[in-house]
Design a protein around this ligand. Sequence first.
Ligand code: PLP
Length: 474
Amino acid sequence: MSSGDKPRGQPQSPLQSESDVNLSARRAEWSARSVNAETRDLLQRDADAFLHQSVSTPCLSAIKKAEGIWIEDVAGRRYMDFHGNNVHHIGYGHPRLKAAIAAQIEALPFAPRRFTCEPAVDLAEKLAQIAPGNLAKVLFATGGSDAVEIALKLARAKTGRFKTLSFWDAFHGAGFGASSVGGEQLFRGPAIGPLLPGAEHVAPFACYRCPYGYPVDADGKPDLGTCHLACANMVSYVLQREGDVAAVIAEPARAVPYLPPPGFWQQVREACDAHGTLLIFDEIPTGLGKTGRMFACDHDGVVPDILVMGKALGGGILPIAAVICRPELDVAGDYALGHYTHEKNPVLARAALTTIEIIEDEDLIANAATVGAYAIERLENMKTNHPLIGDVRGRGFLIGIELVSDRETKAPANGAAEAVLYRALDEGLSFKTTMGNVLTLTPPLITTRDQMDRALDIIEKCINEIEIAGLGRE
Ligand SMILES: Cc1ncc(COP(=O)(O)O)c(C=O)c1O
């Protein structure tokens, strides 16, 4: 490669955060023994046809079926999908959703600009009904990243300010606004920038690895009497010092996953109110029941000014995202905040409406709360027998198992985590790793206790094997 081919100052490899890497030796080894000739051929065509990008192309394998909690690869192997990009709350290919989409295509397939349609209005009204507090005014987009852009524009329009405050290590999407408020090098590196001006960042809450250095107890819980919520204090401090921040944007429960320490969001809400800053919650992965409540922020009793949702809203079949805000933020009627081609697409709206109805009618949020609590309890017990497990955390079906080679130093056991990931695939369980060493489980809300047990049996078996092989001590 000539020096002119390489973006100026680009590091050799960006820090890993979002997902398992797609070019590792372990992946190559898994691929060599697991992928058949037909799959290999498709993977090669995929790699030839698509732009290569981190954590995407080249791909791991190819699937030909997705049904309920299962995906099936081209070679006919089935995997419980405990990843699913958080789109598959109701399970893949839910028959009621497929029927509703088919009927909507027959009735009205599209609504061009300047025209509304009943499904779009019904959906907007439904979102206002399920959203926290008084959030009631809505815009739709076809992806989470675009919805984040709308939220950022709206915050500027309302406040007349342009600065934002967000967390390092967060992901909010791939657009320039979303990448600017995001804190992941993969999406912000020197090859991508310059990004939006005024996008300030602070260290996130992350009690097990508190960026401010405060310890946690053996259960990973912070001692608030000692740390005094240093992470929230820093948000208040920056808002006060800057004085003109338009919005704080963050995931109320971080997808890493990390839960906020008690009182965190109450304090940030107060600081936002004190400094005229809006609070935007990105509930794109956590919304619609993932954490055992309709929205993750419902656990904290804190209502944002703007809430963004997406992913599961399309029922795992169609792409739709939404921004919902306080009525007082309806201040930019002379400008175009989103105005996307598929803004009021009746088929997308029908998919979202039916998805919410399925979540409600099948009581899926209660299932996520109950089976999720059971899973976390089982994992806590597992931790007592497996030194590789440094921390277990999560809520509902947002679950993290952090692997460490030494519980004292908390040295991340990245190699062991990757080995568990590929061994689990052999056993028929798919999930992703975050930050390199956190096994991150985000099963669909339809997952039963038996299926959860089956998945946790696989994880325990794989962790056991890797401990015996001494990998965790590398
Ligand atoms: C927290 C968060 N925000 C935003 C996004 C971006 O959503 P999309 O991929 O639909 O653009 C994601 C996607 O993973 C996400 O997890």
